[in-house]
Design a protein around this ligand. Structure first.
Ligand SMILES: [Zn+2]
Length: 653
């Protein structure tokens, strides 16, 4: 889900005009949190009752129009009774709706108790474990308008201002599905399949999940759209969008698999306005399929239904979007993998949806835009992630899962989340493994839900790395490190001293760091570990150092300052070291030489010269030995009168 209109826009505007960034954004996000702090989750007792069954199927059969939030129709919940048996059937439906009838296994039940949005139906005949239950709820009413969803209401209608189209659409995340249909709002209980049937005036089209199997003409100039999906789906991803849409069909071909992309676009000129932007979608699908694994709903479709929601919502196989800007389209599409195929197991884990979808914006910019555009995106994300808002949470996990505003905190769930994904990629230090882990995660948890611990496990299993400290400090922890870096050069010796401090409760951030070292002879990037508060790195360089850049590729969430300190004593290298010795590889190296040799000579034990070569490399002296037979040798390195000599053993290749 991405909200582009109110919250983030205001924040970004304030950000660019007010000097004290941290202060400005706090009022933006956190005061809104106060204003719409609301509780829409069912009580623990009601959740317990809903968890006596396991949903297998949802069917909605509704009458909707494009200029109204009035709903009449019915919904069927099919489920399997769990081991405890079932004497009441519990679900959620907003109190605005009148319940006209409840049929359970074709029998009309009369004992219906309502408490706010909680509905409990007493079963005439209790059901035993493993029994199937089919509950059909007939209901009527006008959807509420309390703006309790992530953007707006669970069910909305509006006239979009640009071309004047009326649109009615749903947006259930995180727990506003009950504002328009009877449901069980428990993330970990996905339905195996869903049917969404909508009857509407004949000039409308209805966008929804899966495949449009039929459009049935009905009396009184009505039509019924019959959508069916056979993929597992979470309650908040079931959707409708109703308008007098125009249709634009495209195809993507990831791995040669044709995927239809069905766009329901506003009438009145929007098609021409958005066509070029919509045409980015196939490339995005193909690229993300390469990175994360084949588009998860490849047996059905992808698509967009337009609605004036001020952003986008990743409804499964049919995203609802207000525009087609580059990053919005990429973000919502990436949710089909991260959010829809693998859904966060609790709202506390929302960064598994939003952090990854946000990071996919960066991946798409890298592939399809310019390196500068991608870098700017990353730096903006890190700036937002680092903002320290007094009194507000600064951890990624959304611990207050009853606060919609905290769940969708742009700074933490989106931007710090994306920054953590970027650092995880750096930590893995191998893009093949990093993306393979993401593919494994999709395979292992696709069709279900996953927690942050599940993600960590997938990465640990594939890479063999222990990542507990990584998630402790960057995900569960607060703040970020500040590096104060001093350096000095004496002859061919460069000393870099890095002092890491923190401004948070996280005592220390252990991380690798890259340094780009530019000298009069060229530049090189090294990777070192900040394993304690103060680290000294002594390096051999060729030429005069003209510039040092810490973290030149912006991997790490950090602040860094750097200066040359000419008073900093640069220690001598230890004695020269020849390695590996014995050698069975292609070459030997000599480190810590106090001079740059121009000639290398290798003698065998009889004193015969067997190799003479000249050096080209700067940092370490490398001598090829692959063609030497096994035996003992003497190496002699010289530059004028300067000499180094050592013995080494060559073993069989
Ligand atoms: Zn999102």
């Amino acid at each position: 889900m991405t909200k582009t209109l109110l919250l983030s826009f205001i924040c970004l505007l304030l950000l660019s005009t007010v000097a004290t960034k941290a202060q400005s954004i706090s009022y933006c996000a956190e005061s809104r949190a106060q204003a719409i702090q609301k509780k829409a989750i069912a009580s623990p007792e009601h959740q317990r009752q809903m968890n006596l069954y396991d949903v297998t199927f949802y069917k909605l059969d509704l009458h909707l129009e494009r200029n109204s939030t009035y709903i009449t129709g019915n919904a069927t919940i099919k489920a399997k009774v769990k081991s405890g048996g079932l004497s009441v059937f519990a679900f959620e439906l907003h109190q605005n709706f009148q319940i006209d009838a409840v049929l359970i296994n074709n029998r009309r039940e009369q004992s219906i108790t309502r408490n706010g949005g909680e509905v409990t139906v007493q079963l005439s005949t209790p059901l035993t474990a493993s029994a199937e239950v089919a509950a059909t709820i007939h209901y009527t009413g006008t959807a509420p308008s309390g703006a309790s969803a992530a953007i707006g209401n669970g069910f909305n209608t509006a006239r979009e201002p640009e071309w004047g189209n009326h649109v009615t659409w749903s947006l259930s995340e995180p727990y506003a599905a009950y504002e328009w249909w009877p449901t069980k709002q428990v993330l970990t209980d996905k339905a195996d399949s869903v049917h969404v049937f909508v009857t509407t005036s004949a000039e409308n089209k209805v966008g929804s999940n899966g495949i449009l199997t039929r459009v049935v003409d009905l009396p009184e100039n009505k039509r019924r759209y019959e959508w069916k999906s056979n993929y597992p789906i979470d309650y908040y991803l079931v959707s409708v969008a109703v308008s007098n849409y125009e249709e634009y069909l495209q195809y993507a071909y990831p791995n040669g698999t044709p995927i239809p992309i069905l766009n329901y676009v506003y009438g009145g000129g929007a098609m021409a306005a958005y066509k070029d932007e919509m045409d980015r979608t196939p490339g995005f699908i193909e690229h993300f399929s390469e990175l994360f694994g084949l588009y998860p709903f490849h047996g059905e479709k992808y698509g967009h239904s337009m609605a004036p929601l001020g952003g986008g919502m990743e409804h499964q196989t049919m995203t609802t979007q207000s525009t087609f800007t580059f990053t919005l389209t990429a973000h919502e599409l990436a949710h089909q993998w991260f959010g829809d195929n693998v859904t966060c197991a609790s709202w506390q884990d929302i960064w598994l949806n939003e952090g990854f979808a946000s990071y996919a914006e960066y991946l798409a910019l890298q592939k399809f835009a310019t390196p500068e555009a991608a870098e700017n995106w990353l730096l903006d994300a890190q700036d937002l992630a680092k903002l320290n808002v007094p009194g507000a949470s600064v951890q990624v996990p959304a611990q207050d899962t009853q606060s919609v505003v905290r769940i969708f905190n742009y700074r933490l769930s989106y931007k710090k989340g994306a920054s953590v994904v970027h650092m995880l990629r750096f930590e893995i230090n191998n893009d093949n493994l990093f993306f393979k882990a993401l593919q494994n995660y999709q395979q292992q948890y696709g069709g279900g839900t996953a927690s942050t611990a599940d993600l960590q496990k997938v990465f640990e299993q594939l890479t063999g790395k222990q990542l507990g400290y990584f998630f402790d400090q960057w995900y569960a922890g607060t703040g970020y490190p500040t590096f104060r870096i001093a350096w000095n050069q004496e002859q061919n010796r460069l000393l870099i001293v890095s002092e890491a401090t923190v401004s948070s409760t996280t005592p220390f951030f252990r991380t690798d760091m890259e340094y780009r070292i530019t000298t009069t002879t060229g530049d090189t990037t090294i990777r070192v570990t900040q394993g304690k508060a103060i680290e000294n790195y002594l390096l051999q360089v060729k030429g005069e150092v003209t510039r040092i850049q810490p973290d030149p590729n912006n991997w790490i969430l950090k602040d860094a300052s750097l200066q040359r300190n000419r008073l900093l004593a640069v220690p001598d290298f230890g004695p020269p070291v020849l390695y590996p010795n014995p050698v069975h590889g292609p070459s030997i190296k000599v480190a810590n030489l106090s001079f740059e040799p121009t000639v290398a000579k290798v003698y065998d034990m009889t004193g015969r010269l067997v190799r003479s070569s000249y050096f080209l490399t700067s940092e370490e002296t490398t001598v090829p030995v692959s063609d030497l037979p096994a035996g003992m040798y003497q190496l002699l390195l010289t530059n004028g009168s300067q000499k180094y000599s050592a013995r080494f053993v060559k073993v069989k290749n």
